[in-house]
Design a protein around this ligand. Structure first.
Ligand code: C2E
Ligand code: MG
Ligand code: MG
Length: 731
């Protein structure tokens, strides 16, 4: 209904505007002015209909405006033409009113009264213009115009009436579809809103909306979302409405809105445009995603948290460090990273049990947290490793904090009624002094903690600049070594082991050698240590195994006597995949298992005794022999020796070095030999450099010896030509 009404109001305005244009320049000010007023009335009616004003209101406004024009013309009496001019729009206008109010006959009477008034005025000379109405042509014209107006009005009325009927049918249909819509609204589980696009006024909401937001319908309909305060901010509403301005629909806009009681509710909004009674509206559907978001947040929390303590994990700690660094950059401050590593925690866990171990870790968190200020981050980045990120004034303060932490941890713990002492090492790195990069700062703190451990337990070590070079070197060595593993540069040297009494070769030890194009010859003490810090050692270890098997096969092809090769294993290699790896390396070269011996160290076994035991048991069952390397420098626990089904032990060269001069070392070697023999193990002494040492070892009952005195590590070819060709016999 609004569209044809708007059209008629515009037609009225245009018509009066024409009247004004004709009359004003001709000096008929009053008529022109009245027409101008009629124009304004038409425009006002148009505007009112457009803004959704009731038809009665707009019709009344127009009616009064028209009455004003007619009265003005009657009063002014500017001549017959003017009456005609006035009469025609009067009829047209009353047609509008008729259309608007559907009061057909009453308004038709109005038309009649108005026309009659004009005629009577003309005939009786009521107009101020003197003289009787002698101008019959003008009178004829007037009646002609009035007649034409009446007919025109009648035709218009009929046209409008049929239009109205159509409109009514249409609105009937619309009513049905509106009923359907409201049914849909009432049954939808989602909150649904119909709001005016221009200002966001709620025109319709469903029950689900009212339940979701806690309002009554009266409180909502007719008000805007901003008035209700559902949006977090006007900016957030703008973010929602902006894409809709292009006429597009919007899907899954995630936001949060305020309920009547002030609580927040997380929503996913979808919106599309719709025309409701000629008014441009938005049909908005809101799904409550609070539960889903809460689950997502929980998952996110767990992915960034340590399950035992609820502390941030390494990922989150890194993020917090980056944020702290960004703030420090602006303020010119410093940020310290403290890497706290509890000493020998594995042994503690084994001693007091896992539950007590967890309690100690939680207690440690509490003690550390007690020393931190608001905004600092305490994270757990490993079983017994914590990280603290704290903005502070500089090195001295960082060191003081580290020492306070040492003291806090030094206080004995209560392990089920027994006092338990835990010591720790702390490595500290500082931003911006040590690095502008967060990852590198963590690496620096890690390096510092290793340094602290190397210096002895229970201490704080600040990452010094000189260590920076070490890190740089380390990264370079690591990447170069990775390249060499595939591109060449690595070789194996073989150092023979001899039977102490017969002085014949019993086997060789494979030792990795690395000659890099740029770095030159890098000693194993350097590159093995660096490889140990990552999984690179596993790749290296695998390469050594394949190479050693290839060497055995090559010697066999040369027709040389079979000589077992011992390879050094890293702790990281002792995983459940090791037996399969060994098996496939040996099978590929047709090597018998007893030709491959494995050298393991105690420290690697202590870290994971149970899992290591299982893996090594499988390995020995398969036929490979296992020797405990560097015996005497670690925990020297015969318990492990027994547990691991070893075949032999290698006495560390530090004991061999002083076996002649130091009677304690002599006694230790003697004891080790006695114990080992008692367990049925062979004893190898490594690092034999003098004849005296060899004699002493023979006297103490050692079975085999290895050292520079007997033979330095040499290449496979040299070993073949120098020794093997002379037979596996005396050196
Ligand atoms: P290790 O297994 O105890 O190897 C013996 C080390 O002592 C070798 O040093 C050898 O050259 C050295 N040596 C032998 N006889 C004497 C002697 O009479 N006097 C002295 N002072 N030293 C002697 P190298 O080759 O530098 O290896 C050092 C360590 O690097 C090895 O100690 C082993 O732990 C590790 N390593 C070497 N190759 C490998 C490898 O392929 N894999 C793994 N995981 N570690 C390896
Ligand atoms: Mg060794
Ligand atoms: Mg050794």
């Amino acid at each position: 209904m609004a569209a044809p009404l708007r059209g008629i109001a515009i037609a009225m305005a245009v018509f009066f505007a024409l009247g004004a244009v004709v009359n004003l320049p001709a000096g008929r000010v009053l008529t022109g002015g009245a027409c101008a007023a009629g124009t304004l009335a038409g425009l006002a009616a148009w505007a009112m209909v457009r803004r959704g004003a009731s038809l009665q209101w707009s019709a009344s406004l127009s009616f009064y405006a028209m009455a004003l024009v007619v009265t003005a013309l009657l009063w002014a009496g500017n001549g017959t033409r003017d009456y005609g001019l006035a009469g025609y729009p009067a009829v047209l206008f009353l047609g509008c009113v008729f259309l608007a109010t559907a009061a057909y006959w009453g308004l038709a009477a109005c038309v009649l009264v108005a026309v009659t008034l004009i005629a009577v005025a003309e005939i009786n000379g009521l107009k101020p213009v003197p003289g009787p109405p002698t101008d019959f042509r003008a009178l004829f014209n007037l009646w002609l115009i009035m007649g034409a107006s009446a007919v025109g009005g009648r035709v218009l009325m009929q046209a409008v009436r049929s239009a109205l009927t159509r409109e009514q049918n249409l609105s009937g249909a619309l009513k049905t579809s509106q009923e359907r819509l409201s049914k849909l609204l009432s049954t939808s589980p989602n909150a649904i809103v119909v709001s005016r696009f221009s200002d966001g006024t709620y025109l319709e909401v469903n029950d689900a909306f009212l339940a979701m937001f806690g309002y009554t319908r009266e409180e909502v309909v007719g008000r805007t979302s901003l008035q209700l305060g559902v949006w977090e901010s006007a900016h957030e509403r703008e973010r929602f409405i902006a894409p809709l301005r292009d006429g597009e629909a919007l899907r899954d806009f995630e936001t949060r809105q305020r309920r009547k009681n002030g609580d927040w509710i997380e929503l996913s909004l979808s919106a599309e445009h719709m025309d409701l009674d000629g008014v441009e509206c938005l049909l908005i559907s809101a799904t409550d995603i609070s539960a889903r978001r809460a689950a997502e947040r929980r998952a996110e929390f767990l992915s960034t948290r340590d399950a035992l303590t609820g502390l941030p994990n390494r990922v989150l700690a890194l993020d917090r460090l980056q944020q702290a660094m960004a703030r420090a950059r602006l303020s010119g401050g410093h940020v310290a990273v403290l890497h706290v590593d509890l000493d020998r925690f594995k042994a503690i866990n084994d001693a007091v049990g896992r539950a007590q171990g967890d309690a100690v870790l939680r207690e440690t968190c509490a003690r550390l947290e007690h020393l931190l200020k608001e905004g600092d981050t305490l994270a757990r980045i490993g079983g017994n490793e914590f990280l603290v990120v704290t903005p502070l004034a500089g090195q001295a303060e960082a060191k003081a904090l580290g020492e306070a932490m040492l003291s806090a941890i030094d206080v004995p713990y209560d392990a089920g009624g027994r006092p338990l002492r835990v010591t720790t090492c702390i490595g500290v790195s500082l931003f911006p002094e040590d690095s502008p990069d967060a990852e590198t700062l963590l690496l620096c703190a890690d390096t510092a903690v290793h340094e602290a451990k190397a210096e002895g337990r229970a201490r704080v070590c600040l990452y010094a600049n000189v260590m920076g070079e070490r890190v740089q070197d380390r990264l370079l060595v690591e990447s170069s070594l990775r390249d060499s593993l595939t591109g060449g540069g690595l070789t194996l040297a073989y150092q023979p082991k001899f039977d102490v009494r017969s002085r014949t070769i019993t086997g060789v030890e494979a030792l990795a050698r690395w000659n890099h194009a740029k770095l030159g010859s890098v000693p194993p003490s350097v590159f093995i240590a660096i490889a140990e810090e990552s999984d690179l050692i596993c790749d290296l270890g695998h390469w050594v195994l394949k190479e050693a098997c290839a060497q055995i096969a090559q010697w066999r092809e040369l027709g040389l006597p079979a000589l077992p090769i011992a390879v050094n294993l890293s702790a990281r290699q002792i995983t459940p995949t090791l037996p399969a790896q060994l098996f496939s390396c040996a099978r590929d070269r047709g090597v018998a298992p007893d030709m491959l011996e494995l050298e393991v160290t105690e420290t690697m076994l202590i870290a994971r005794p149970e899992s290591s035991r299982k893996v090594l048991e499988q390995v020995t069952r398969h036929g490979n022999r296992i020797v405990l390397d560097d015996f005497g420098v670690g925990y020297s626990s015969m318990a492990y020796v027994k547990l691991l089904h070893l075949n032999g032990i290698k006495i560390d060269r530090s004991f061999v070095a002083d076996v002649v001069a130091d009677r304690h070392d002599r006694a230790i070697v003697s004891a080790i030999v006695g114990l080992a023999h008692g367990l049925g193990l062979k004893v190898v002494a490594e690092g034999v450099e003098t004849e005296d040492q060899l004699d002493a070892l023979e006297e103490l009952g050692c079975d085999e010896a290895q050292g520079f005195l007997l033979c330095r590590p040499i290449s496979g070819e040299r070993l073949a030509s120098d020794i093997l060709e002379r037979g596996v016999g005396r050196r």
